[in-house]
Design a protein around this ligand. Structure first.
Ligand code: SF4
Length: 123
């Protein structure tokens, strides 16, 4: 089974503009958007972490992803791919910086985007 993490926009999550991360989760269940690639495949979301913050430490996203690995390993689980949440992939002004750090530090498949539903009204 393919195990997937989502990296989401902290701004949106803190303001509760995407309660429960439902857009990403529904898209995964329906295999829509960037999750269409898993149609007919056994795949699951094992965690959702946020970018850290708008200002400051670009490494926070990497730290969050690294910290996820501990409990996953303890549970005998793996992490095979990271989807960059559509909130971040489409609108984040720091996306390229954050992705650069993740690509440098985390050896894992990175896919930009999750769902293509109407985004929260923030930007
Ligand atoms: S850095 Fe980008 S993804 Fe993170 S909170 Fe700010 S806008 Fe959202």
């Amino acid at each position: 089974m393919k195990k997937i993490a989502i990296l989401a926009c902290r701004n949106i999550r803190e303001r509760n503009l995407c309660p429960g991360d439902v857009r990403c989760l529904v898209a995964m269940n329906r295999r829509e958007g960037e999750f269409e690639r898993y149609k007919g495949e056994d795949a699951a979301i094992v965690g959702i972490v946020d970018c850290g913050e708008c200002e400051g430490n670009k490494g926070r996203a990497v730290l969050s992803l690294a910290l996820m690995k501990g409990p996953l390993m303890a549970l005998g689980e793996s992490l095979d791919a990271i989807h960059i949440g559509s909130c971040m992939a489409k609108f984040c002004p720091r996306k390229e910086d954050i992705l650069k750090v993740i690509k440098e530090k985390v050896d894992i498949e990175i896919i930009e985007g999750t769902h293509y539903y109407t985004p929260p009204k923030i930007f």
